[in-house]
Ligand binder design. Structure first.
Ligand code: UTP
Length: 290
């Protein structure tokens, strides 16, 4: 029913102020969880969901994010000459095919809606995905695949959600729910960071979207929302009269890596999944807690 989702947008032009001083010269999305930068987890999630084109919304000082998905000739030659085939193969395997990575400059971080709007010419008239790399999601199937499975049936705008405590609604985009079968919620709107007292539900978006290009009709108007930023939430909300809108409950583990404690927790959780280090990590964490 719905068109195939082939393209994904990765907004990485934010300033990462919650992670200063680490993010003074390094992009937040390059921070590693164990040994892989956040952006690579997001790209791998998208690739595993069948995405073919990867569009980075970058800003000044963020070119390194694009370089990460290109050849590193000196390093590759060195690894080859030292017989370190495994590392070399893993580096090469993480690169999308030629012509499938594009970078668009946002120039000024005017908000997530504005970041996505900057990719409009690269997206054309087809549904597309948006992934926020600082939300690290651990699941099988990957979160974006879970969304695409639902999108294939219902079309329109589809976002990943999780139920948050009432007092945290002012940190998220919150769905205004019409009906809910416990897995998929049909929504009639979305509000950015509502006060707990007036939040329409506790279903919060967790940084994964499949969007209909109709959202650009609203984003074209460049209207500022909460925090003086051009909000993607407002564009989704504005299209719910004409486009179906659903939230899909994410099944898996979620780590908010834009937050320091979330980031540290992700490092421990992902390290515990790695057979070659799990025992040592368990021992080290146990010793710290003892
Ligand atoms: P966040 O608000 O979590 O990221 O935006 P931030 O602004 O970088 O971080 P803090 O709050 O100052 O610590 C969510 C995502 O949207 C991107 C960010 O890079 C991040 O991946 N973003 C945000 C943009 O690309 N452009 C913007 O104008 C705003």
């Amino acid at each position: 029913m719905a068109g195939r989702v082939r393209k994904a947008v990765f907004p990485v032009a934010g300033l990462g102020t919650r992670f200063l001083p680490a993010t003074k010269v390094i992009a937040k999305e390059m921070l590693p969880v164990v040994d892989k930068p956040l952006i690579q987890y997001a790209v791998e999630e998208a690739a595993a969901a069948g995405i073919e084109y990867f569009i980075f919304i970058t800003g000044r000082g963020k070119s390194v994010l694009v370089d990460h998905f290109d050849h590193a000739p000196e390093l590759e030659t060195l690894l080859g000459s030292r017989g370190r085939e495994e590392e070399l193969e893993s580096l090469l395997a993480s690169m999308p095919e030629p012509g499938r990575v594009a970078a668009v400059r946002q120039q000024e971080p005017l908000g997530l809606g504005h970041a996505v709007w900057c990719a409009r010419a690269n997206l054309g008239n087809e549904p597309f995905a948006v992934l926020l790399p600082d939300e690290l999601l651990m699941s099988d199937p990957p979160c974006l695949r879970q969304l695409i499975n639902v999108h294939e049936k219902v079309g329109g705008n589809v976002v990943a959600v999780t139920q948050v405590p009432q007092e945290q609604t002012n940190r998220y985009g919150i769905l205004d729910v019409e009906s809910d079968d416990g897995k998929v919620a049909k929504a009639k709107g979305m509000v950015e960071k509502p006060d707990p007292a007036s939040a329409p539900s506790r279903l919060a978006n967790i940084g994964r979207y499949i969007l209909d290009p109709a959202v650009f009709h609203h984003l074209d108007k460049q209207i500022k929302g909460v925090g003086g930023e051009i909000q993607l939430t407002d564009a989704i909300d504005a299209t719910t009269d004409t486009i179906p809108f659903h939230g899909v409950r994410f099944e898996g583990d979620r780590f908010d890596c834009g937050d320091k404690v979330g980031f540290l927790t992700a490092n421990i959780a992902f390290a515990l999944k790695r057979p070659e280090m799990a025992d040592r990590v368990r021992e080290a964490v146990g010793a710290l807690l003892a």
